[in-house]
Design a protein around this ligand. Structure first.
Ligand SMILES: NC(=O)c1ccc[n+]([C@@H]2O[C@H](COP(=O)([O-])OP(=O)(O)OC[C@H]3O[C@@H](n4cnc5c(N)ncnc54)[C@H](OP(=O)(O)O)[C@@H]3O)[C@@H](O)[C@H]2O)c1
Length: 339
C-alpha cells in the first residue's frame, strides 16, 4: 500500500490521482464494445501539480492505443513538456503490433511516473511494459498502491474492464453475459400481444449490453415467438459496428425470411448447433463480449453451465411507472486470476 497519513485522510495529490483514475476508466468505458480484439483502455496525463492535460481512450483496433492517443493530444495542445504522470487502466504494451510500443511513446515524453490499473495478460506483454519503464528510470506503480479509500473500487473497475480480454487471452473464449427479464410473477414470457414488459431504464440497460457485445446469441424459440430485431436503438451504437447474430436452432425451424431480414439489418447471421462451438469460434475470431438474449429454455440451460460470466436479472417493477430491480451476478471460473 502507499503512504497513509496518520489521520487516514488521502492527501490532495492522492485525491487528484483517484479523480484521474476515474476519468481514465470513464474514457475507456465509452469504447467498451468497439475495440475487439483489443481491450478498451483509457489514459489520463497529469502535470506536476496533478492538473489533467489530456484524456484519451483506445477507440478501435488499428487506431492509437490510449497512451499514444493521449500523448498525441498533448502534442496537439502544445503541452507535452508538462507531462509528469501518466495514468492508464492497463499496463502499457512493449511490443510492435499494428501500432508502435506505448512504452517508447511514453519514454519520449518527460513523464516521470506511471500508474497502472491492471497488468496485461497478453503473453507477449506480461511484465515487460512495467520493466521497460522502470529500467528507463520511471516510477511505475499500480492503482492498489494508492492511499485512497476509492482505490480498491477503482482497481476492481479496471479489472472488470479488462476481464473479457483477459479471459479470451487465457482461455480463447469470449466473456458471456446473460440478460434475463422476469415479470412480477417470475415468468420470462411477455403478456399476450407484447414483446417486452420492462421499464424504459431496463430497455436502455439491455441496449447498452447489446452495444458492448460483439455477438448476440439467441434460441429458435425466441425468434419464432417474437421475430426480434436485436438492433441497438435505445443508446447510440458505434458507427459501422457489425455483430454476429447466432441462432441456436438444431431443428432448422427459423425461416429464411427472418435470416434474410436480419442480414439486411447489418447482422452476420450464423446458425449454430452448440453454444460451446459458437464460443470457441468467436474466441478464435477475436470477439471479446457475447450477449445471450434467449427464452427460458436456452437461458436455463446456459445458466446451468460454467460458460457464462455475468448474469443480469431484471425483475419487473411492482407498480406501473416504477423502476425494475436489476441484480448482477458474476460467476468466477473461468475468469483468469488477475494479479
Ligand atoms: N424475458 C426475457 O428475458 C426473454 C428473452 C428472450 C425471449 N423471451 C421469451 O421467451 C419465449 C420463447 O421461449 P423459448 O424457451 O422457446 O426460447 P429460446 O430459449 O430462445 O429457444 C429455445 C430453443 O433453442 C434451441 N436450442 C438450441 N440449443 C439448445 C440448448 N443447448 N438448450 C436449450 N435449447 C436449445 C431449442 O430448439 P432446437 O432443439 O430446435 O435447437 C429450443 O427449443 C418467447 O415468448 C419470448 O418472448 C423472454
Amino acid at each position: 500500500m502507499g503512504f497513509q497519513p496518520a489521520n487516514n485522510r488521502p492527501t490532495a495529490r492522492d485525491e487528484l490521482l483517484a479523480r484521474a483514475f476515474r476519468h481514465a476508466l470513464e474514457a475507456a468505458a465509452e469504447y467498451e464494445g468497439a475495440t475487439a480484439p483489443n481491450p478498451p483502455v483509457g489514459c489520463v496525463l497529469l502535470d506536476i501539480d496533478g492538473n489533467e492535460i489530456a484524456v484519451a481512450a483506445h477507440r478501435k483496433a488499428g487506431e492509437l492505443h490510449a497512451e499514444a492517443a493521449a500523448i498525441a493530444l498533448a502534442h496537439q495542445a502544445g503541452v507535452v513538456e508538462r507531462i509528469h504522470t501518466l495514468i492508464v487502466t492497463l499496463e502499457p504494451c512493449n511490443h510492435t503490433g499494428r501500432t508502435p510500443p506505448c512504452t517508447e511513446a511514453i519514454m519520449k515524453t518527460p513523464a516521470r511516473e506511471v500508474w497502472i490499473g491492471v497488468k496485461d495478460h497478453n503473453s507477449s506483454v506480461v511484465g515487460h511494459g512495467t520493466e521497460k519503464l522502470r529500467a528507463a528510470g520511471l516510477t511505475v506503480r499500480f492503482w492498489d498502491e494508492l492511499a485512497h479509500p476509492d482505490a480498491p473500487m477503482l482497481e476492481a473497475a479496471a479489472k472488470r474492464l479488462i476481464a473479457p480480454f483477459a479471459k479470451v487471452s487465457r482461455y480463447g473464449l469470449p466473456w458471456l453475459t446473460i440478460k434475463q427479464a422476469l415479470t412480477g410473477l417470475g415468468s420470462m414470457i411477455p403478456p399476450a400481444g407484447q414483446k417486452t414488459f420492462t421499464s424504459p431504464s431496463s430497455l436502455v440497460l439491455a441496449h447498452r449490453l447489446r452495444k458492448r457485445a460483439d455477438a448476440i446469441v439467441t434460441g429458435s424459440g425466441t425468434i419464432l415467438a417474437d421475430l426480434p430485431e436485436f438492433t441497438v436503438r435505445h443508446v447510440t451504437d458505434f458507427p459501422g459496428k457489425r455483430r454476429e447474430l447466432i441462432i441456436l436452432d438444431r431443428r432448422g425451424r427459423v425461416p429464411s425470411t427472418y435470416l434474410d431480414a436480419a442480414a439486411r439489418r447489418g447482422f452476420e447471421v450464423v446458425i449454430e448447433q452448440s453454444l460451446d462451438a459458437a464460443l470457441q469460434r468467436l474466441g478464435t475470431a477475436g470477439a471479446l463480449e457475447v450477449l445471450l438474449e434467449a427464452g427460458p429454455t436456452l437461458t436455463g440451460a446456459v445458466l446451468a453451465t460454467g460458460l457464462w460470466n455475468e448474469h443480469y436479472l431484471i425483475q419487473q417493477a411492482d407498480a406501473a411507472g416504477g423502476d425494475d430491480r436489476v441484480i448482477v451476478r458474476r460467476q468466477s471460473p473461468p475468469i483468469p486470476p488477475l494479479s
